[in-house]
Write a protein that binds this ligand. Structure first.
Ligand code: DON
Length: 310
């Protein structure tokens, strides 16, 4: 298909998907446990689709930066595996938790080893290891996002990071509890600061769709260099599918049929290996902390196109 035709096709597809998502009445509610996120407009919407050749298409507020929150956990995991290899899995598991993303309950009976790298406890372990490996975990995530998106403006929103830190009793509890089992190698305060700083990165759907392409390219970055082996990229996609949307991962797989990672800022990044990546943003969340409009739009996209890993 000629490139111009393809542009028109993707543009029309995204406009149709946006219309379908917005036709539903549910909007959800912005996260309010991080006060800096509470004022977001639950009707805001953006969506970007990037193809493996690096082309990117968008609709709505697709170039407006938002707080990427737990979508950052995908990049910290990829970088920790790239830098440090499989030893990471000694400190964090690969099973769905079936519990909310900030739950403490499994840690005590499971010796301070979190179920997976995408719940908060697991992401804190990943941040700890990335900090050990690089000396600057949040900086490593930020630099990766800048490089893959080509957008030097991607960076931490300090007001959001400070808001998280002020209200971060649960994350502090998780980190201290894991430290009591010897599962953190850096001081709890440093791990939390780097974790908040990468969660509070502001980036757009465009930036994140481009930054997710390495997973569609089986581990290869925008500049053609390899971040991960094909097998490691496959494994990250698998963990995204089973754990990326928390205790709603089953419903997400059922509706969308793609590996996806959500964040409480309302972003969802989904990957179709070999073809491309899609990022959607809508700040209203469901009870599991996933974007209502984001999941609706991905559902509409994959239903319309048949794009799925199944
Ligand atoms: O630690 C937190 O609670 C937030 N920084 C990230 C949580 C999050 O995004 C969960 N995703 N749906």
């Amino acid at each position: 298909m000629a490139r111009v035709d393809q542009d028109v096709e993707y543009g029309r597809l995204l406009r149709d998907v946006m219309a379908t998502a917005l036709a539903g009445e549910a909007r959800g509610r912005p996260a309010d446990y991080i006060p800096a996120l509470a004022a977001a407009d639950p009707s805001a919407f953006g969506m970007a689709l990037a193809t493996v050749d690096g082309a990117v298409f968008g609709v709505g507020e697709w170039e407006v930066p938002f707080s990427i929150q737990s979508v950052s956990k995908l990049f910290s995991l990829a970088l920790a595996l790239a830098e440090g290899g499989d030893g990471l899995w000694g400190g964090v598991g690969r099973e769905p938790s079936g519990n909310p993303f900030n739950s403490l309950v499994q840690l005590e009976s499971e010796q301070g080893i979190p179920r997976n790298p995408f719940i908060n406890a697991g992401a804190l372990v990943v941040t700890d290891r990335l900090l050990e490996l690089t000396g600057d975990a949040a900086g490593a995530v930020r630099d990766f996002l800048r490089a893959e998106s080509g957008n030097p403006a991607v960076g931490t929103d300090d007001a959001v990071a400070a808001s998280e830190a002020r209200h971060g009793h649960r994350n502090a509890a998780l980190a201290h509890f894991m430290a009591s089992f010897g599962n953190l190698r850096n001081p709890v305060g440093s791990v939390l600061a780097h974790y908040y700083a990468h969660c509070a990165i502001a980036a757009s759907c465009r930036d994140l769709a481009l930054a997710g392409l390495f997973l569609a390219r089986h581990g290869v970055r925008a500049d053609g260099s390899r971040l991960l082996s094909r097998s490691e990229a496959k494994r990250i996609n698998a963990v995204m599918l089973t754990c990326g949307t928390y205790d709603a991962a089953g419903d997400f797989a059922y509706r969308v049929g793609l590996p996806g990672k959500s964040g409480v800022g309302g972003g969802v990044l989904a990957v179709l290996p070999g073809r491309g990546s899609v990022c959607v943003w809508g700040p209203g969340l469901d009870a599991a902390g996933n974007s209502v409009l984001g999941v609706a739009a991905l559902d509409a996209l994959t239903t319309a196109t048949g794009w799925s890993v199944f």
